[in-house]
Write a protein that binds this ligand. Structure first.
Ligand code: IPM
Ligand code: MG
Length: 369
């Protein structure tokens, strides 16, 4: 038996809805595998702004720091969408990533053959797709200063800053190369080296680091070309490693390979212990989907698969992680779909909570066998 502290941050919009389904799964894993999870719910995003005036309080950050893992839903919504507001829900996720030193974001994309029909892409294109995007998470234009607006005689002006250090590039590139070693041994390094100085530094460092990994094949792609190849030949990719903004954009695109943003989990990791585990934050890549809140339409699978990543990367519970992933695959194989992925003719359309319960039942069944 193992004991873990887990901070729960459901957030806004469909965040709490998909969270509830993830908790069903988490409770079952705890019971069926005799672990003890001490769960502490915290307010983040818009929910926190309403209560405290800020998206992330120091207290919540401290709770997260003291945990083994943070499970995160989604933040944001029309209520807090005033673009000129100085307090914004997104500050919660950015503050947690930065405050916890979670510089590596892993976004795996595997396309289940049973879901080929549900994708907008052709079967021939999708066949064999199994890739991971490793996205840098605590630098670049997201955090670069100056970031400001001003007005002069020529009108309104604005500036954002892309800034990166050699050390930041090196550590994320190493995550990519190490991961490739445990997979199909191919790294695609993505930049915009024909335009950006930060990208030229990136490519230089990627080339240097690659010398430490002679067993890993390296491909350099410009981000625009990568966006094109992702839908032209997705099966050719193994590990894609890139900086913050490029990773943000490419992973929304890549999620469509899997049929929907509602299918993709993510893990945000910092420094690891020798055994490979360490504090991490786990969240679906989708947002708060204000248009479908409260209707039982949200797909909880990305959130549930985020629990699997948490079990694997922060708690070191590999068989438990696999149990969750296999359960999701079985439910999909049985034809169950939430509305967002119900493209195929034979799909049985279910609600958010039905989907959560179906996955949960599969976990129970597998464990009892
Ligand atoms: C993501 C999201 C976030 C990001 C937002 C909500 C700040 O789009 O996790 O991909 O841009 O990183
Ligand atoms: Mg994004």
């Amino acid at each position: 038996m193992a004991f873990f502290n887990i901070a729960l941050a459901p957030g806004d919009g469909i965040g709490p809805e998909v969270f509830e389904e993830a908790l069903k799964v988490l409770h079952s894993i705890e019971r069926l595998y005799s672990h003890e999870f001490s769960l502490k719910e915290v307010l983040v995003g818009g929910a926190s702004i309403d209560e405290t005036g800020v998206a992330l309080t120091d207290e919540v950050l401290d709770t997260a720091i003291a945990s083994n893992a943070v499970l995160f839903g989604a933040v944001g919504g029309p209520k807090w969408d005033n673009p000129s507001a100085s307090v914004r829900p997104e500050q919660a996720i950015l503050g947690l990533r930065k405050g916890l030193g979670l510089f590596a974001n892993l976004r795996p994309v595997r396309v289940n053959p049973i879901m080929f029909e549900d994708s907008a892409l052709k079967r021939e294109v999708l066949e064999g797709t199994d890739l991971v995007v490793v996205r840098e998470l605590t630098g670049g234009v997201y955090f670069g200063r100056p970031q400001k607006r001003w007005t002069n005689s020529r009108g309104r002006q604005a500036v954002d800053t892309v800034r990166y250090s050699e050390k930041e590039f090196e550590r994320i590139l190493r995550v990519g190369f190490e991961l490739a070693r445990s997979r199909r041994k191919k790294v695609t390094s993505v930049d915009k080296a024909n335009i950006l100085e930060t990208s030229r530094l990136w490519r230089e460092i990627a080339t240097e680091i690659s010398e430490d990994y002679p067993d890993v094949e390296v491909e350099h792609l410009l981000v625009d070309a990568c966006a094109m190849h992702l839908i032209r030949r997705p099966a050719d990719f193994d590990v894609i490693v890139t900086e913050n903004l490029f990773g943000d954009i490419l992973t929304d695109e890549a999620s469509m390979l899997a049929g929907s943003m509602g299918m993709l989990p993510s893990a945000s990791l910092g420094r690891r212990r020798k055994n490979g585990t360490g504090l991490g934050l786990y969240e679906p890549i989708h947002g708060t989907a204000p248009d479908i809140v409260g209707q039982g339409l949200a797909n909880p699978l990305a959130m549930i698969l985020s629990v699997a990543l948490m079990l694997r990367y922060s708690l070191g519970l590999e068989s438990e992680a696999e149990a969750v992933e296999v359960a999701v695959e079985k439910v999909i194989a049985d034809g169950y779909r939430t509305a967002d992925i119900a493209g195929g003719v034979q799909s049985k359309v279910v609600s958010t909570s039905q989907m959560g319960s179906l996955v949960d039942e599969k976990i129970e069944l597998a464990r009892k066998k």
